[in-house]
Design a protein around this ligand. Structure first.
Ligand code: BG6
Length: 290
């Protein structure tokens, strides 16, 4: 029964104690919840579909091997709509942190869309106020190279997106998908979102701070080997066009997505690529809330 139960399980929970948990749905290895002291940090639409077919609308879907529209297969690739394997069940480390490892390999479905051998390991570590993501992509082929995009499509939960500020983008060039992919340069020290926003910022620094997330706190996003940052909010009209997103939900989410999007990664036979991200809640010293 254990094996059967394991096979049927679709969610994996990392529990660090103190109501600090992280829940991963094996469908897409999508992080669907990250609670810190019982406070949810991620946005998931109330209309999100969990049918094991569509990508889950919210949390942190894993985008691979394509970002955006794709002539060979589904938008944002197949990793977010494929069932991943639980490589190592949640395990408590000596310092109390909890780790789990997920993996995805090529199979008949992925080969039918994209005919390459690959292997991805996705390691998550839940700390007191942080969530760490470590990704390895390996090309086991002896002859063929492949190229790919990869991105962590993080949906942050926020009380009001209009009050969020995002640091670290000043001076960066960005592709504005709301203006026929025109290229601009960011002049603002902090970026705010007050309308339909869909921008690929290029060569961004390793760190962004997002203000006014849950409980008015700040969230630090630290990234390694993810040169681009996508900022997305569908606003009113685009929300209406999405069947798995409520019309009134856009004020409560902000996507800040670390990725490798504008210049694809080339992976030679027998080589590996690594990237990582850390989300960290910044606790300001001595601020008493009441
Ligand atoms: C963002 C893209 O990353 O994802 C947007 O920049 C896109 O263009 C959005 O609309 C959501 O994509 P999807 O496929 O999940 O509806």
């Amino acid at each position: 029964t254990t094996a059967a139960a394991m096979a049927a399980t679709s969610v994996v929970v990392l529990d660090r104690g103190n109501n600090t948990t992280c829940t991963i749905n094996l469908h897409g290895a999508t992080v669907v919840s990250w609670r810190v002291n019982n406070q949810e940090q991620l946005f998931v639409s109330k209309l999100a579909s969990f049918d094991g077919k569509k990508a889950i609308r919210g949390g942190i879907p894993f985008v691979f091997p394509q970002f955006g529209a794709w002539s060979f297969g589904p938008q944002h690739g197949f990793a977010r709509i494929t069932r991943w394997h639980l490589e190592r069940p949640p395990d408590r480390l000596h310092n109390g942190d909890v780790e789990a490892i997920f993996s995805l390999m090529d199979n008949d479905f992925t080969r039918s869309i994209w005919n390459y051998q690959f292997r991805i390991t996705y390691r998550l570590i839940l700390r007191e106020k942080e969530l760490h993501f470590h990704i390895g992509v390996y090309n086991p082929s002896k002859e063929l190279s492949f190229t790919f995009n990869m991105l962590l499509h993080t949906y942050l939960k926020v009380p009001d997106v209009r009050r969020c500020q995002i640091t670290g983008l000043q001076g960066c060039h960005f592709i504005d998908k709301t203006r026929e992919n025109a290229l601009y340069q960011e002049g603002r020290e902090v970026v705010t979102v007050n309308e339909w926003t869909d921008r690929i910022y290029q060569h961004t620094p390793q760190e962004h701070v997002i203000t006014n997330v849950v409980s008015g706190r700040k969230m630090r996003l630290h990234k390694y080997n993810f040169p681009d940052t996508v900022i997305w909010n569908p606003w009113i009209d685009r929300s209406r066009e999405m069947s798995d997103f409520g019309d009134d939900e856009f004020p409560n989410m902000l996507c800040v997505e670390a990725g490798n999007v504008t210049s694809p990664v080339i992976l030679l036979p027998g080589t590996a690529y690594e990237a990582s991200q850390i989300l960290q809640i910044i606790i300001e010293g001595n601020v008493s809330r009441k």
